[in-house]
Ligand binder design. Structure first.
Ligand code: CP
Length: 331
């Protein structure tokens, strides 16, 4: 493993091994497997969990991190080749990435979708291009259409919950005041498919996921995959409801149209009544941050179904596993 950009770059056995090692590190969190290593963390977008869990993971294993937040204490960056840089951006990524890499042993990069062109975002071209600017290992800390660190933590959480490998995984849309990209839905779908789960996409009628993502999930090994549009029917016999919001395909890159399109969908806020026919102890998952009583009701987040804190904690352990595996710290 040279980079960690997507679970789709790994086979199932490699993912299982990363999670196994994360479990070992969860039991024995402190060590020196990253001693004298410096990890650069480049955040083009805000974060709570990713920033804090990476810094903690590195520190607990004897390493150091350098955090760069362009436009918030460091220079604003330009991405486009051939740009005439007479605007806000002071430095091009073609210099910034190799310079930062020269100080570090590995880089984590967060760069969200532009949400202008669906094909470009689904191809995750920017993350691949940024990773190509250095020979050092690069970790995707959330890109235009992936979030593999979250997916790995979610895999570990499903294992801890004892969810059967072919259990029913429902990826549910929820209303949100902004159109969001496909990064987390795609990462969650990849993870559930690689596990071989029975997948349902639960969403309003015009929020079906792109065909590319459905085809990909089938190829990755999903036991089955279908769209459902009724919450109670869609959640029948479900083990997991994984909540996220995303943009309707026909309005991708058109935020005003998208918000008009979803104006009547505010009742897509996860609540207990949705679980009427789900497994009795079905769980609620979300990557966080989450808007309470907009995407999910307090009764769910504060009740026994929610495993969101466990998911977030597992980010620490899986990222440690990824860093040590990339940097040869041994296991
Ligand atoms: N889930 C997640 O990546 O959280 P942050 O955006 O706070 O890092």
């Amino acid at each position: 493993m040279n980079n960690f950009l997507s679970l789709r770059d790994l086979d199932r056995e490699q993912v299982v091994e990363l999670v196994r090692f994360a479990r070992e590190l969860k039991a024995n969190p402190i060590g020196d497997r990253l001693a004298k290593k410096v990890i650069g963390l480049l955040f083009m977008n805000p974060s709570l969990r990713t920033l804090a869990s990476f810094q903690s993971a590195i520190g607990q294993q004897g390493g150091t991190s350098v955090v760069i937040q362009p436009g918030a204490g460091s220079w604003s960056l330009e991405f486009s080749d051939g740009a005439v840089m007479d605007g806000e951006a002071v430095e091009h990524v073609r210099e910034a990435i190799p310079v930062l890499a020269s100080y570090c042993d590995a880089l984590g990069i967060r760069s969200f979708a532009d949400q202008k062109n669906l094909d470009v975002d689904l191809a995750d071209e920017r993350m691949k291009k940024l990773a190509g600017l250095t020979e050092k290992p690069v970790i995707n800390m959330e890109s235009a259409s992936d979030h593999p660190c979250q997916a790995l933590a979610d895999w570990m959480t499903l294992d801890e919950l004892g969810i059967p490998k072919d259990g029913k995984f429902v990826l549910s849309w929820a209303w949100h005041p902004k159109p969001l990209p496909y990064a987390v839905p795609r990462a969650a779908l990849t993870m559930a498919a690689q596990r071989g789960m029975d997948i349902t996409i639960l969403c309003p009628k015009n929020y079906n996921l792109p065909d590319k993502m459905i085809t990909e999930a089938k190829q990755l090994g999903a036991a089955s995959i279908e769209h459902q549009h009724n919450q109670v029917t869609g959640l029948a016999d479900a083990h997991i409801l994984y909540c996220k919001s995303w943009c309707a395909l026909q309005h991708y890159g058109k935020p005003i149209e998208e918000m008009e399109n979803r104006a009547h969908l505010r009742d897509w806020c996860v609540q207990e009544s949705w679980f009427k026919n789900a497994k009795k102890d079905a769980k609620f998952m979300h990557c966080l941050p989450v808007r309470r009583n907009v995407k999910v009701a307090d009764e769910i987040l504060d009740g026994p179904r929610s495993v969101v804190i466990q998911q977030a904690e597992n980010r620490l352990h899986v990222q440690k596993s990824v860093l040590i595996s990339l940097l040869g710290g041994g296991n």
